[in-house]
Write a protein that binds this ligand. Sequence first.
Ligand SMILES: [Zn+2]
Length: 211
Amino acid sequence: MPLLSPTDDLHQILKATRGIAIKLCKGEAISVINLHGNQVVDAWAVNLTDASECSAMEHTRSINSNMFFDKGMTLVSNLRRPMLKLIEDSSPGRHDTLLCPCNGAIYKELGCTDYHRSCTDNFHEALAEQGIRCSYTPASLNLFMNVPVAEDGSVQRIPPRSKAGDSVTLLAEMDVLVVLSACPQDITPINGAGRQPSDIAWCIHPLPAQD
Ligand SMILES: [Zn+2]
């Protein structure tokens, strides 16, 4: 499956700090392109016909027997059913599965006194635009997020290892809504040392034509 370059006409832009829910049918794939190389993208999958089935990071770590998410691994639901498979990855990999999506409480802890956009709000707003309400916030798959784990179990939050143009491609194993959030974090260096959230691009690879 050829990857589209960031300059390809078929790609679409998700603006920095924003979220989107994208319908993906079984057999279709989506590429997420890190245009500037340093942007973390929180990702979820929600069953298109039953929003009570969502991607579940605890089951994903269990099924893959790994705390990171690398090429060949499958994102599974709370029912342990395959939702998305990582089939291409031009980045150095090591996508985080451990840390929570940012929310208003985190930005308060970090000293924000005014409203600050968050991946949690992006998740719920993107689903609401599709007429779906989720009563809780599932843990996110944190694409490009660099969270090394030391032997004593401590974790670091450091800038992504990806470079501009790196991309991942996820194949739908069922009909899903893929929710993406271009993480608005601009206080810690998780989106790069410049602490500047940036746009990302995405595109859908359609189903192969049937004979
Ligand atoms: Zn975030």
